[in-house]
Design a protein around this ligand. Structure first.
Ligand code: SAH
Ligand code: SF4
Ligand code: F3S
Length: 472
């Protein structure tokens, strides 16, 4: 494959392989037992996917993985910057490591991810959390072997947050968290610059992986028994535009649907401005594509949508939803919404509630606007108090709760094909329907990772209860 504008060069990749070997040698001589790494990821599935490559690289360097901070000799937080709350949690968790680091100077603390890509944050960590060993940004994840090597051999602090448009690093080792559900990134970065959002600043320009690489990876996953593949991107609808592969997202979906095997395809996130009828028709036609669409609308007020730079109106969004339900009658739609964007009035907010009542979402991620340094919206006057925004937020949740309750109540008596994922707190098998609704039912643990037909017996607003259909 030729090296493109975003590709990591072959020289660079070879250099990282050498660093991997050098770390292995250090580990062999310095540790009597396999050292353990604790990796924790915050944020979206894209970040979780990065975390799987990070774990893969650490394993290749000779580390084992641990879920406990206590026995870790390397602690890595892969951070998110999307809202202030996400950042506060990281500051809290990193602060809590200070006493451990003072007691054990061989402990290595690494911070990476979107939050670290911001210069003011890296600076704050360097000054106020000076016990952190390594800070690196989103453009240099593939250089982790080098950072581990330099930290182990030289012991100096490292801060590497180069800017630029971003990279695509292929052929990294991967440690997948699940052996039946897989994340498959199809593109990175974002060009949309919604005025509230930090992602385009910390993730670089939109760039797609070549279709042949994605299809080969999907084939490999299916061959290895994966039952669900989720295609990831901040705006999957603009897949293939940069670089131009002559294949758009709908076509890519159709190609993956053509892979033989018993598996389900999901994707996220779709942007309404680029979500075409072609895509919805393709979804409808492709039997392996789950009939679930995550289509964030952010606001129901055209004035606010314009100020957010979203590129569509509430009416356009609703007509897209109408079309989607028309071609996929059982479709489950979920969304993201922001309450309290700067300048939003109660009248604007009520338009958001109206849209929620019209569109029949199965569930929604609801966020209170959080100003992000460096974004245009952070400079706008924001006169509504946090308390009032909180009242609106609860009003919206209530509206969505009754919409969701109606939807789930309507599914009692229906039978769904469920991918069993684990055991619920109450000891029931927990899985998800094609529409991504959680369903619990009594069953055997060996169902985990398999499909099972389940008839719904009870609805509990957001989740369903049911019983397994025998002999399926
Ligand atoms: N690319 C996706 C979303 C990525 S961020 C999309 O365009 O839909 C996930 C969600 O976080 C967004 O949909 C938005 O609802 C929310 N979000 C992003 N920035 C935010 C901010 N500054 N304050 C509150 N919520 C925000
Ligand atoms: Fe952020 Fe908008 Fe890009 Fe989504 S599309 S990541 S909300 S800038
Ligand atoms: Fe957060 Fe970065 Fe994802 S800011 S939402 S982890 S792209």
């Amino acid at each position: 494959m030729s090296e493109g504008r975003f590709s990591v060069s072959q020289d660079e990749a070879a250099k990282q392989k050498e660093y991997t070997e050098l770390v292995r040698e250090i580990i062999d001589t310095r540790f009597s037992e396999k050292p353990l790494a604790f990796v924790h990821t915050y944020g979206c599935q894209g970040n979780v996917s990065d975390g799987e490559y990070i774990k893969g690289m650490l394993e290749q360097m000779g580390y084992g993985l641990t879920d406990s901070l206590d026995n870790a000799s390397l602690i890595l937080y892969n951070t998110c910057a999307v809202r202030e709350h996400a950042e506060d949690r990281v500051f809290g968790n990193v602060g809590a490591l200070k006493s451990r680091k003072l007691a054990d100077k061989n402990l290595k603390i690494f911070l990476c991810g979107c939050m670290m890509q911001q210069v003011h944050i890296a600076e704050k960590i360097r000054k106020s959390y000076s016990f952190v060993d390594v800070i690196f940004g989103t453009n240099v994840i593939h250089r982790l072997p080098e950072f581990v090597y330099r930290s182990l051999s030289e012991g100096k602090k490292i801060v590497e947050i180069p800017g630029g448009d971003g990279v695509i690093a292929e052929n990294l080792p991967i440690h997948r968290d699940s052996d039946f559900k897989a994340w498959l990134p199809i593109m990175y970065g974002c060009n949309n610059f919604c005025t509230y959002c930090i992602v385009p600043y910390v993730r670089g320009r939109e760039r797609s992986r070549p279709p042949e690489v994605i299809i080969a990876e999907a084939e490999e996953l299916v061959k290895n028994g994966y039952k669900e593949i989720t295609l990831l991107g901040q705006n999957v609808n603009s897949y293939g535009k940069s670089p131009d592969y002559g294949m758009n997202f709908a076509q890519l979906l159709e190609r993956i649907n053509g892979i033989e095997g018993d598996f389900r395809i999901r994707f996220m996130t779709s942007h309404p401005k680029d979500c075409t009828h072609e895509l919805l028709d393709t979804m409808a036609r492709c039997e392996k594509v789950a009939k679930h669409l995550h289509l964030p609308f952010q606001s129901g007020s055209d004035r606010i949508l314009k100020a957010m730079n979203r590129g569509y109106t509430a009416e356009k969004y609703c007509s897209l939803v109408d079309y989607a339900y028309k071609v996929m009658p059982g479709l489950s739609i979920t969304a993201d919404v922001i309450v309290g964007f700067p300048g939003e009035t109660y009248e604007d907010f009520r338009k958001t509630v109206d849209l929620v009542e019209k569109c029949g979402f199965t569930s929604m991620f609801t966020f209170i606007y959080s100003p992000r340094e460096g974004t245009p919206a952070a400079k706008l006057p924001d006169p509504v108090s946090a308390e009032e925004k909180g009242t609106w937020f609860r009003e919206l949740l209530k509206a969505q709760e009754s919409v969701a309750a109606k939807r789930t109540a309507g599914s009692v008596g229906e039978t769904y094909r469920v991918l069993c994922e684990g055991v619920s707190k109450g000891g029931l098998i927990e899985g998800r329907t094609e529409g991504n609704i959680i369903i619990e039912f009594p069953g055997d643990q060996n169902l985990i990772g398999k499909y099972q037909d389940v008839t719904v017996t009870e609805s509990l607003t957001w989740i369903l209860r049911g019983r397994a259909v025998e002999n399926n």
